[in-house]
Design a protein around this ligand. Sequence first.
Ligand SMILES: [Zn+2]
Length: 135
Amino acid sequence: MQRKSVGSAILHHKCPRCRTGDIFRYSFFQKPTKFTDTYKNCPHCGEQYEREPGFFFGAMYVSYAFTMAILLGTAFILYNFFGDPELIVYITTVPAVVLLSLPFVFRYSRTLFLYGFGGIKYNPEIAGEPSSNNI
Ligand SMILES: [Zn+2]
């Protein structure tokens, strides 16, 4: 039986318990408008993702950290690599980059929060072949 790495499971939004089932219902590239659809339970092992009501509100803190990093990173790149352009360039570019990264930020904040605070232990006994619904 092949053990699946936690990094790969997080990268592909897999269940923390079996690292096989998906956390999100659709691949972003299949249905970009439904990127928030999260399974209530793992489709492979049945593990409950929402540990308690409102569990995923905590993911907002992870999301905030991601957004600040993207915001400051974009401003840093504009300042250093594009010769400190006019203010209007910052005002338009920074929010555009933050908005474009929203699906990425949403999904990785939820996945990281579930791995970090869900208290779910990996059980390689129940892992199986990965489903085809990758991001
Ligand atoms: Zn699972």
